[in-house]
Design a protein around this ligand. Structure first.
Ligand SMILES: Nc1nc2c(ncn2[C@@H]2O[C@H](COP(=O)(O)OP(=O)(O)OP(=O)(O)O)[C@@H](O)[C@H]2O)c(=O)[nH]1
Ligand SMILES: [Mg+2]
Length: 232
């Protein structure tokens, strides 16, 4: 058990080593296919594969990041119109990992009925998904954590869903500002019990942080035996 005082600051996490980077790269060269879009909890597919979900405010860059990670241009639908996707879209990566692209939250102009539908779909999914290994909570590097992000983080804490903050669009801010943002988020997010404290900064547009994130997600796709073999 790690004492809370021993948890490294987000900026102190070691970079993945060469073996982890290579394993991550190989995993994400596998074919990635669209499985289905679930508009209701009962449409969520059953699977034995480990699953990673991508959550975040509308327009934060969830679908773009999935496309960039898997080397596709248009596997996950991206859009300039926020709040359009109301489904959870599932992708199967090489029969090794399921990826779930969650509908964006916090779209200011969303109708009340849509917010209700989103909440029902996403909370039912997050609370009842044993295969879910981690949720990547995407946060726009220009804006940092917003009140709605804290609400979702509290919901994830309560559902005991392991989650990690992944910054998007980091091509849009300077390196110094990015460093300050990572430090600030590290402090703001400290009290959140289910948060994995490493923060990874990415840009789908410029390819920043993708190898690092692939290596981190690869670790979650491994069975305990594979993880053991890799660490030997
Ligand atoms: N500069 C920059 N723009 C990005 C990046 N990633 C995504 N975008 C832009 O942000 C917009 C939204 O991207 P999406 O990937 O559709 O965002 P989303 O989170 O899936 O949106 P919803 O599904 O509506 O919630 C698009 O115009 C993208 O081109 C990035 O790394 N850098
Ligand atoms: Mg999307």
């Amino acid at each position: 058990m790690v004492e809370s005082g021993d948890i490294p600051e987000p900026s102190e996490f070691p970079e993945p080593d060469a073996v982890q980077l290579e394993e991550g790269r190989l995993l994400f060269t596998q074919q990635c296919t669209f499985v289905l879009g679930a508009a209701k909890p009962e449409h969520v597919p059953t699977t034995d594969l480990p699953e990673i979900a991508f959550a975040g405010r509308s327009n934060v860059g969830k679908s773009s990041l999935i496309n960039a990670l898997t080397g596709h241009n248009s596997l996950a639908r991206t859009s300039n119109t926020p709040g359009r996707t109301q489904e959870i879209n599932f992708f199967n990566l090489g029969g090794r990992l399921m990826i779930a692209d969650l509908p964006g939250f916090g779209y200011a102009r969303a109708a009340k009925a849509n917010v209700k539908q989103w909440t029902h779909l996403v909370t039912t999914y997050l609370r009842g998904r044993p295969v879910l290994r981690r949720t990547c909570l995407l946060v726009d590097a220009r804006h940092g954590l917003k009140p709605i992000d804290f609400e979702v983080m509290t919901m994830l804490d309560q559902a005991a869903v392991n989650y990690q903050i992944v910054l998007t669009k980091s091509d849009k801010i300077k390196a110094e500002a990015l460093k300050r943002l990572i430090e600030r988020i590290g402090k703001e997010a400290k009290a959140h019990t289910a948060l994995h404290p490493e923060i990874i900064a990415t840009s789908s547009r410029k390819g920043i942080g993708l190898e690092h994130l692939r290596a981190a997600l690869m670790q979650l796709a491994l069975s305990p035996e594979e993880a053991q073999a890799l660490s030997e």
